[in-house]
Design a protein around this ligand. Structure first.
Ligand SMILES: C[S@@+](CC[C@H](N)C(=O)[O-])C[C@H]1O[C@@H](n2cnc3c(N)ncnc32)[C@H](O)[C@@H]1O
Length: 183
């Protein structure tokens, strides 16, 4: 039986202290080896490049546990989700230190992505970005829980009733393989 992924609201150090950091093993890789996109590389190299359970340099074998734990199953009878389309100009510069941490030709400033996440989702929701590039959606999802004061003020004027709080992100793509962002 698969072990449950244990993710708690703690710092990375606390997580490691609690021996909470899951090891990536060849048996874990066996679960995803046959998926399209599994890298052409030796197991030990994939394992060395990974930071389980959050980042794996291959399809993430811990993803199901994560979704089981944090996802809310769709209930067609009770679901009343509705949002009007987000129709507002969004303009953000490219001089933020996070934006400049590493360059990428199609990178989107995380402060811009935050507007869409805040409009369309609730705190704690799961967000999937399957073409995540440098992972700015993950950064944006987490920073919805701790926006800088200037952005907070600005967004509260743009989106009345905005609900602050981190969202959880699942990211994938040719650049990043599989990454889970959570608190
Ligand atoms: C527009 S970029 C996303 C940029 C991202 N929002 C950021 O801020 O860095 C789209 C990404 O999807 C990746 N991609 C495109 N087609 C893909 C595919 N079929 N499978 C996996 N990744 C793909 C590209 O390599 C690129 O990194």
């Amino acid at each position: 039986m698969q072990k449950q992924l244990k993710v708690t609201e703690t710092t990375e150090e606390e997580r490691v202290d609690k021996n909470d950091k899951k090891k990536l093993t060849a048996a874990d890789l066996d679960q995803v080896r046959r998926l399209e996109g599994f890298p052409l590389g030796r197991d030990e190299e994939i394992i060395k490049l990974s930071d389980p359970p959050y980042y794996t340099a291959c399809p993430n074998p811990f993803l199901l546990n994560f979704v089981d734990r944090y996802g809310k199953p769709f209930d067609s009878a009770a679901d009343n989700y509705h949002r009007e389309p987000f129709a507002s100009d969004v303009s953000e510069g490219k001089n933020d230190p996070i934006y400049n941490a590493h360059s990428y030709h199609t990178k989107v400033p995380h402060r811009a992505i935050m507007r869409y996440i805040l409009h369309y989702t609730e705190p704690g929701d799961l967000i999937f970005d399957g073409f995540c590039g440098t992972g700015m959606t993950g950064v944006a999802a987490q920073l919805c829980g701790s926006p800088d004061p200037e952005l907070k003020l600005q967004v509260e004027q743009e989106i009345p009733g905005v609900k602050w709080g981190a969202r959880r992100a699942v990211l994938g793509g040719s650049l990043t393989c599989s990454h889970i962002h959570c608190l």
